[in-house]
Write a new protein. Sequence first.
Lengths: 222, 80
Amino acid sequence: MKSAVIVFPASNRDRDTAEVLEKVTGTKPYMVWHADSEMPNVDLIVIPGGFSYGDYLRCGAMAAQSHIMRDVIAKANKGVAVLGICNGFQILTESRLLPGALMRNAGLKFVSKPVPVDVEETQSMFTRRYRKKQRVVYPVAHGEGNYFADEETLDRLEGEGRVVFRYAGGENPNGSARDIAGVINEKRNVMGLMPHPECACDPLLGPPDGLGLFEGLVEALS
Amino acid sequence: MKARVFVTLKNGVLDPQGKAIGHALNNLGFEAVGEVRQGKLIDIELTGKDESHARASLKEMCEKLLANTVIEKYEIELKP
């Protein structure tokens, strides 16, 4: 599996992501600068966490208009797997590759802590290694992770099995509608989530619950 | 021409910042304050003199970048 990580000014989880990708694929991912206009030929594109463009205007709004995103959108529409984590999720909603929007946390505070999350859907290349309803712990670190979509969109997402991750009961850290932590697109090749699976991959830092996501991708895309 | 764009959350979208501002105003003794909603104001200088063209172009700016129409609405003011 060949992979790439997009690097924006003020991305900060790009190297964590690269390390995990190298660990599971045995090859270093391409690190692609936001001002480049073309993506290398890869099976997986990861849009990492961080504060791209200083979160100016809205989180992810500037990055969604960057040069490289035009090609990411084109590749995503052709079926290439795209994973957006945290700021990456915000960028995917701002690019309209995923529905909804991520708003200011309901409690107005930046939240940084491990959070229990339930895997709601295993029918995806991102979650095939998990059991349905498996509870995993991923860290979150965001101020704008409050998932919003209108009721009709939320119903459609639920009905189509596109709510992939949900904060465990009573553990919603940001006020997200229906405790949604991650969603997938209709073609099931683009997924975004606020928690950080890439930061739960080294046993030194706690249970490596995030590894399954990346191992599942390697299995599906190799 | 000078344009002023107001971007605010749509009605029905929860605005926790507006709520916090409202509480703070109440705490300061402004008891008449009810619901508070906050937003952004963006001033844009434009070249050209054609007002309808400018309006169309500002609308496109709002749709493409200035507002996220999933959660926000916008108003455009144009001054010659």
